[in-house]
Design a protein around this ligand. Structure first.
Ligand code: G3H
Ligand code: 13P
Ligand code: ZN
Length: 330
């Protein structure tokens, strides 16, 4: 059993309290390799932002659980070396079983998500409560989920949103004891969040997706005032990356994300954790494709992963400064 406290990590409790009071959201960036980790830490140190390093079960399989844990430990030291001891949380994203959550807690994660949103309500309550009871013994915080996001959530996929039912939230948080709640208000995972036919065109001809259901968010906030809310599927799918990818041989079709103004608005509410994975994937892929196309003789991975890492850092700084509002909150 390794305590996250020995690794210099923090749970989400204090950070979420400050984020709600201060009307900003803490970035939760997914990572599975060194360059992503370096970009996340460098960006958050430079902007003095707290950060949640987020690992999916797929990422854990990809990178190896032990290596990832050492990388998170390394991230804490790396941040100090860069000049700022920012609060860093190591979080399991979309945990799908008690065993996986327990394994992460035992290995030094400071926060876990148990995603029982695809189960029946009663099964979700039961599983989430079991994880909370275990996690809280070690002062590890737990995120639960109510409502189902459209699209693919890990290995489970759903064609339609099942928006979070505000009337269930009091019962869910009371009975489970969770520390934060992920909700479904119209976001979804991946780079294809909306079909073009769902969107309208603005004066510049840019596709504008239907707005998030802020009415549902408000109802939830009324029922559990001050309780930390989490927004998954919050990538904005910057069109500059989509265009670069497609210009240099990619084939991304109808890639549409959540407009940044909507996320800024959400960050000012009880939403205090915003999950971003796909935008980082797009930024890296765009840069790698650009280097491959412009310098076909290049075969040193540092020459394409380096520019990809630089672009990622820029993207993360932009999110912190202009979307989440977590700059100078470390
Ligand atoms: O919510 C899903 C995250 O974007 C993680 O995706 O399961 O492909 O690592 P992944
Ligand atoms: P995106 O696919 O929109 O980046 O969402 C990531 C996420 O919710 C991770 O849990
Ligand atoms: Zn998610």
């Amino acid at each position: 059993m390794i305590s996250y406290k020995e690794l210099g990590l923090v749970n989400t409790r204090e950070g979420f309290r400050k984020a709600i009071e201060g009307k900003y959201a803490i970035p939760a960036f997914n990572f599975n390799n060194m360059e992503q980790m370096q970009a996340i830490i460098a960006a958050c140190v430079e902007t003095s932002s707290p950060v949640i390093l987020q690992v999916s079960s797929g990422a854990r399989k990809y990178a190896n659980q032990t290596l990832l844990r050492y990388m998170a430990q390394g991230a804490v030291e790396y941040a100090k070396e860069l000049g700022k001891n920012i609060p860093i949380t190591l979080h399991l994203d979309h945990g799908d079983s008690f065993e996986l959550c327990k394994s992460c807690i035992d290995m030094g994660f400071s926060s876990v998500m148990i995603d029982g949103s695809h189960l029946s309500y009663e099964e979700n309550v039961e599983l989430t409560k079991k994880v909370v009871e275990y996690a809280h013994q070690y002062d590890v915080t737990v995120e639960g989920e109510l409502g189902v996001l459209a699209g693919v959530e890990d290995e489970v996929s759903s064609d339609h949103h099942t928006y979070t039912e505000p009337d269930q939230v009091v019962d869910f948080v009371t009975r489970t004891g969770v520390d934060s709640l992920a909700i479904s208000i119209g976001t979804s995972h991946g780079a294809n969040k909306f079909k073009p036919e769902q969107c309208t065109r603005n004066a510049e001809g840019v596709l504008v997706p239907p707005p998030l259901r802020f009415d549902i968010l408000e109802e939830i906030e009324k029922r559990i005032p001050g309780f930390p809310i989490v927004l998954h599927g919050a990538s904005s799918v910057p069109q500059k990356y989509v265009e670069t990818i497609n210009k240099f041989g990619g084939a991304l079709k109808d890639a549409i994300g959540i407009p940044e103004e909507q996320l800024r608005k959400a960050a000012g509410s009880a939403v205090c954790k915003i999950n971003i994975d796909s935008d980082g994937r797009l930024a890296m892929t765009a840069e790698v494709r650009r280097v491959f196309a412009e310098k076909p003789a290049e075969f040193d991975p540092r020459k394409y992963l380096g520019p990809a890492r630089d672009e990622l850092k820029k993207l993360y700084m932009h999110k912190v400064q202009n979307v989440l509002g977590s700059e100078n909150k470390a």
